[in-house]
Design a binder for this molecule. Structure first.
Ligand code: 5GP
Ligand code: ZN
Length: 139
């Protein structure tokens, strides 16, 4: 079976699997996460299949983030969220379980839901400079 036929988010976008849809246009669908981190946790998903943030065509990526912004604003205005986490996982080692690009828009209510916990990772100046250089030269 081809990837697009079996992909769970392609199937939701085609209407083959039900969801709590909050927004849809020709390019994007947004719906509540079935296993939410908080009340109103929403996923923004391009209708066209692409594996993750790094492979999504730029115009579509821009549009997905526009929709994510509108959803975050709605969560604050309508749900009473006091904050929002916007994130997208790339690859299994980053926690991506559905290999169809999506943006999590996760409202928080007074308490942090997520956050980058300090790891106490110590990196020496020399290595920080190398890291800076490796990233800079590949952009
Ligand atoms: P990831 O781990 O790939 O960043 O996020 C995938 C998200 O999709 C998870 O939070 C998971 O709960 C959600 N999810 C997986 N399958 C379904 C589904 O069939 N329907 C909905 N609404 N959400 C799903
Ligand atoms: Zn897909």
């Amino acid at each position: 079976m081809k990837k697009k036929e079996s992909c769970i988010f392609c199937r939701i976008a085609r209407g083959e699997i039900p969801c709590y849809k909050v927004y849809e246009d020709n390019f994007v669908i947004a719906f509540l996460d079935v296993n939410p981190a908080s009340r109103g946790h929403t996923l923004v998903v391009p209708k066209e299949h692409c594996s993750d943030f790094t492979t999504c065509p730029k115009d579509l990526l821009d549009h997905c983030f526009e929709v994510a912004q509108a959803i975050a604003q709605a969560q604050i205005a309508q749900l009473g969220a006091t904050g929002v986490n916007v994130l997208t996982n790339v690859g299994a080692s980053a926690g991506q379980s559905v290999l169809h690009f999506h943006i999590h828009v996760i409202p928080s209510y007074r308490e942090p839901i997520l956050g980058l916990k300090g790891t106490n990772l110590q990196i020496e100046d020399k290595e920080m400079l190398l890291l800076q250089d490796e990233i800079k030269k590949a952009i």
